[in-house]
Write a protein that binds this ligand. Structure first.
Ligand code: ATP
Length: 488
C-alpha cells in the first residue's frame, strides 16, 4: 500500500469514528478484536444500503420474496451443509510470538511480496504449489512451503512454526440448561441455510413458481483466524443473500443473468466502473459448478465484496438426506422435448451473497474526499462524503440563521413537515459555515437556512453539498426538491 492510500484508509477509519459511523466494539474495555459497532450515522447508512438492496431484489422482482430466519438452527443443518466438517481455515502458530496465522494468508502475502519484487516466476510457482496443497488438504505441505520460502512471523521475526492444523470457523454455544454434546448449537456462518431449509415453506405458502428467489439480510458469525482491514474481515457481520431456485439445466443462463445484474446494481450507485472487476473462481467448491466474485478496488487492493455462485442442487439434496424429508418441487410446465411436464425435481440454486459491512466500507471510501477550497487569498478545505443521496444518513439539515427573532420556531415548523418523509437534522449552534462543514462530513445532500426573509416571503436558502451552490426557494417546495434527489 503506498503512503497516500495507506493514509487515506486511516483517515476514513478515523472519520468513521469521529462522525458516528463506526466505533470499535466495547471500546472502553479496549475493544474486542474484529467486532465493531455502528453509530448514529452508520446505522442510518447501513439501513439505507439494506433498503437499496431489498428494493432491488424483492420490490423490483415479482418472483423474489424476502424472509427473516433465526440465527440459531438445528445443529444437523451444519452437518448437512458441510460446515461442521469442512468450514475451516489452515492455521499455524509462531512459537515465539504465540501469534496465530492463516497458513494460506502467510503464503499469499509472500506471493504478493515476490510479485512486488518482480520475481514473477517464484510468485507463480508458489501460487501453484499452494493451490495444489490446499486442494489436496495437505497441511504438512503447507507448512513445508512456509519453511521453504523462509516466511518469518511478522511480529517476532522468527521462523519457529508449529504444525498446520484445521481450525473450524463456526462459533458454538449451548442451548438449554443441560450442557452435553447434544445441546451444542452454532451461530450461523452464513444466512443461506435459513433460506434452503425454508424453501418449500415459502414456495408453498407463497405459491411460487420456478424460477423464483428468496432474499434475506442478517447477521453471520465466523471465528476468523486473523482479523484484518477494519470492517472487511469481522467476526460478527451481516450478509445480504438471495437464493434463486431454477430448473436443472438452466443454471448457466441464470448464473450469467445474475452475474450481470449484480454488477449493474453496484454501478447504479454511480461508482466508477474501473473500480470494479469480476474474479472467476478456478478452484470451485465441490458443490459448485460456477463461481465469480465481484471485487472492488479498496485502498489496499482489490477485494471480494460479493460472490455469485452456482451451487447446483447440493444443499437441498443434502438436507433431503439429513432430514429425511422430500424437498422436491413439482414443475407442471411441459417440456417441449418430451411433451410431458417436467415433474418432480430438486431445484438448482444460483446464489448472490454480498457482505453488508464491506459494501458499507466501499461506500464510505468512494464518498470520502478531502477537498482543497483554497483561493488566492484564503486557505480553506473541507472533508466531504459525496454519498449517493438515497444512501445519505441525513437528507437535509435545517439551520435558523440566528437563535432569535422567531427563526428557530420557523425552522422547526418547516422541519416538522419534512421529517414525516425524510431524516432531517436541526442545528442552531455555531456559525453557518461551521454547520455546513459538519453536514458535509456526514454526507448530507442539502442544508436549508431559515433567515429573516423567510418570515416575510416563506422562502429559504438551500445549499447543495457537492457544488456548494446556494439558491433561494419557496419553503413549500422543499418536499419536492429533496424528494426528487433522494428518491431511489
Ligand atoms: P473471504 O474469501 O474474503 O473470506 P468468503 O469467500 O469466505 O470471503 P463468502 O462465504 O462467499 O465469503 O461470503 C459472502 C460475502 O460475505 C463476501 O463476499 C463478503 O462480502 C462477506 N464476508 C465474508 N466473510 C466476512 C467477514 N469475516 N467479515 C465481513 N464480511 C464478510
Amino acid at each position: 500500500m503506498s503512503k497516500s492510500t495507506d493514509e487515506l484508509f486511516k483517515n476514513v477509519i478515523s472519520h468513521a469514528k469521529e462522525y458516528g459511523f463506526v466505533f470499535p466494539s466495547s471500546e472502553i474495555y479496549d475493544g474486542l478484536s474484529a467486532v465493531y459497532d455502528y453509530g448514529q450515522n452508520g446505522a442510518e447508512l447501513k439501513n439505507n444500503i439494506k433498503t437499496y438492496w431489498w428494493k432491488a431484489m424483492v420490490q423490483m422482482n415479482d418472483n423474489i420474496v424476502g424472509i427473516d430466519s433465526a440465527i440459531f438452527m438445528h445443529p444437523k443443518i451444519w452437518k448437512a451443509s458441510g460446515h461442521v466438517d469442512g468450514f475451516s481455515d489452515p492455521m499455524i502458530d509462531n512459537k515465539d510470538s504465540k501469534k496465530r496465522y492463516r497458513a494460506d494468508q502467510l503464503l499469499e502475502d509472500k506471493i504478493a511480496k515476490y510479485d512486488s519484487e518482480g520475481k514473477t516466476d517464484k510468485a507463480e510457482q508458489l501460487q501453484h504449489d499452494m493451490d495444489e496443497a490446499l486442494k489436496a488438504e495437505d497441511l504438512t505441505r503447507l507448512r513445508d512451503l512456509i519453511i521453504e520460502h523462509e516466511i518469518a512471523c511478522p511480529v517476532s521475526g522468527t521462523r519457529n512454526w508449529t504444525d498446520v492444523r484445521q481450525f473450524n470457523l463456526m462459533f458454538s454455544t449451548q442451548m438449554g440448561a443441560v450442557a452435553d454434546d447434544a445441546d451444542t448449537i452454532y451461530l450461523r456462518p452464513e444466512t443461506a441455510q435459513g433460506i434452503f431449509v425454508n424453501y418449500l415453506n415459502v414456495q408453498k405458502s407463497g405459491r411460487m413458481k420456478i424460477p423464483f428467489g428468496i432474499a434475506q439480510i442478517g447477521k453471520a458469525f465466523r471465528n476468523e483466524v486473523i482479523a484484518r482491514q477494519f470492517i472487511i474481515r469481522m467476526r460478527e457481520f451481516e450478509q445480504m443473500e438471495m437464493q434463486f431456485f431454477v430448473r436443472p439445466g438452466t443454471q448457466k443462463e441464470w448464473f450469467d443473468q445474475w452475474k450481470a445484474a449484480r454488477l449493474k446494481w453496484h454501478l447504479a450507485l454511480g461508482t466508477d466502473a474501473a473500480k470494479y472487476r469480476y474474479h472467476e473462481h478456478t478452484k470451485l467448491a465441490h458443490y459448485a459448478d460456477a463461481a465469480y466474485d465481484i471485487e472492488f478496488e479498496f485502498p489496499f487492493g482489490f477485494k471480494e465484496v460479493e460472490g455469485i455462485h452456482s451451487r447446483t442442487n447440493f444443499d437441498l439434496s443434502q438436507h433431503e438426506k439429513f432430514s429425511g424429508k422430500k424437498l422436491q418441487y413439482f414443475d407442471p410446465e411441459v417440456d417441449p422435448k418430451t411433451g410431458k411436464p417436467y415433474g418432480n425435481y430438486v431445484p438448482y440454486v444460483i446464489e448472490t451473497s454480498i457482505g453488508l459491512d464491506r459494501m458499507f466500507l466501499l461506500t464510505m471510501i468512494n464518498a470520502y474526499e478531502e477537498e482543497d477550497l483554497s483561493t488566492e487569498d484564503k486557505q480553506d478545505s473541507r472533508t466531504v462524503l459525496h454519498l449517493p443521496p438515497c444512501l445519505a444518513p441525513v437528507k437535509a439539515a435545517i439551520f435558523p440563521l440566528t437563535k432569535k427573532d422567531g427563526l428557530p420556531e420557523k425552522a422547526r415548523e418547516i422541519m416538522d413537515k419534512l421529517k414525516l418523509d425524510f431524516n432531517i437534522q436541526y442545528e442552531e449552534k455555531d456559525a453557518i459555515g461551521k454547520r455546513y462543514r459538519r453536514q458535509d462530513a456526514i454526507g448530507t445532500p442539502f442544508c436549508i437556512t431559515v433567515d429573516h426573509q423567510t418570515l416575510e416571503d416563506n422562502t429559504v436558502t438551500i445549499r447543495h453539498r457537492d457544488s456548494m451552490a446556494q439558491e433561494r426557494v419557496p419553503a413549500d417546495q422543499l418536499d419536492k426538491i429533496i424528494g426528487d434527489l433522494v428518491s431511489w
